[in-house]
Every structure is written in C-alpha cells, then in structure tokens.
Design a protein. Sequence first.
Length: 323
Amino acid sequence: MEFFRIKRDIPFMRHALIFNVISLITFLAAVFFLTTRGLNFSIEFTGGVVIEASYADVANIDSIRESLVKAGVASPQVQNFGTTRDVILRMSLKDIAAAPSIQTTGDKTPQLDRDKLTANVLSAGGSQPQIRRVDFVGPQVGRELAESGALALFWVVVGIMVYLAFRFEWKFSLAAVVANLHDVVIILGFFAFFQWEFSLTVLAATLAVLGYSVNESVVIADRIRENFKKLRKASVDQVIDNAITSTISRTIITHGLTETVVLSMLFFGGPTLRFFAVALTIGILFGIYSSVLVMAPITRWLGVKRDDLVKPLNKRESASAAR
C-alpha cells in the first residue's frame, strides 16, 4: 500500500558520512549523560512503599497527588486500578523521609504512619478512605529487577543478531544491532538528561522499541536484497538508495499511524502512561532515523555486495540478461 511514489531515488548514501557523524555525536552525548547524571530509577528499582486504598465514591486522583506534594513528597505516583474507587500510591523511601506529616515519630528510621496518611492525604481524595494494603519494596528486589531487565535486553539483542544473520547476512546483522542499540542508548540518554523517572513501564517501552526498530531494518534489508536481484547493473549505493526511497511511503504510513496512537497515550493517558509514551515516541523517531541513516550506511561501510545475498549468474542467465 502506497499513498505516493517517489520516481527519482534520493541519494542518501552520498551523505552517509554526515549522517553517521551526527549519529555518533548523539550517541556519545547520551553516553555522557548516562555516565555523569545516571537514571532516575523508580521505586521498583530503588525501594519504596506501595499502598492500595479504596473509597466509598469515585476517588479524586489529582487531589490525592496534590496532598502528597503538600506533605513533602516530591514525586508521588497515584493512579486508579481496578475501579475508579480504588487507588494505588507509590512513594520512595526518600520521599517518605522528606514528608514528616506522614511519618511515625520517635524512630530513627522514618516509617509510614497509616493514620497520618489517611488524615493528611487520602481524605482529600474522597469519602471514607480505607487503606487495604501496604507493601515494602526493598532495594534487593530493585537490584533483581535491574539485573532481569539487563538480561532481557541482552537476549533480545542476541536474538536479533541470530535472526538477521540467518535471514540475510552477518553484515546486516551487525549493522542492525548497532542501529538498534543506538536507539536504546539515546532513549536512556534522554531520561538521564531530563531526569525523567525510569520505571518498569519505561523499560518495557525500551524493549518494545528494539523489536519495532528491527522491523524497519528488516524491511529495508529485504528491499536491498531484492534490488540486488533486479538491478544487476546498479552500484551498491544505487541499490541502497533505491531500497530506502521505495520504502518511504510505507515508513510514513506505518510509523505515522503508530505515533498517532502513542501521542494519544501521551496527551490523554495521564501520568501513568506519560513516560511510557515518551520513551516510545523517542524510540519511533530515532528508530526511523537509525534504520535508514545508520543501519544502511554501516552495511555499506562493511562492504556488502551482490554476491553476499545473490548467487552469481551462470553463463545462460548472463546471456539472457544481456539480451
């Protein structure tokens, strides 16, 4: 399906060096911010308290959040779960330590006081608030989650490399993995620079971007292979330029529709989905860039040629092609 077709190939490979320099600068900037500022991990990684509460009527999420901020909690997480009368709150240990109006007194270690929390915070959200559950998420659990997330990322990358190496050729495999890791590092760099909260949902979005980005790389790699078969007299640069140009319409349709859904989550999904949508938005935009202007040039630098993907013509086929 195409909305339009570009008749003349765009010479992307003519400017491949410029695109790669831009990518390298962006990548190094992301690594710098990750090294110097680090990620602002959520309580799933650092440890904290998860509280479930219920109300007699519909709970006012915004009022609860404002009450927590007034109590001294810098970055509270408040959302509905199940029904509009049920609320879940997440607070880090640092937030509880900075909020004396919800602590117990006379203890060296700050502890959450249920009565104070109900009177000073939950009462602002509606009538008859009741705390149903209070769970402590320790730092040890956070370390296990971080290790599991890193392990998941590693196996995703390995799976992508193996798949592309078998379906195409090792040069495409290496180029695609470099391009996809480029997307992941840039997403993490944005979160480190702006100190946005990095939660499990953001980690899920990052892993989703890997799969989403590799799909675009596969489409372009498949078109390059087809062009090597059809455009026998074309140079490698001409083959790659034609592959990218011929998939532009498909890229705009696919990514445009996906980004429309993601933006609806960003603007209308509330605080719960905000950073999930932000991570996906960054990933989609840089995924397009990396698949077109990172993966393809790297494949070219690695010396991809027609013989890597297409068997050479025999004498009879050569004679037929010459006619």
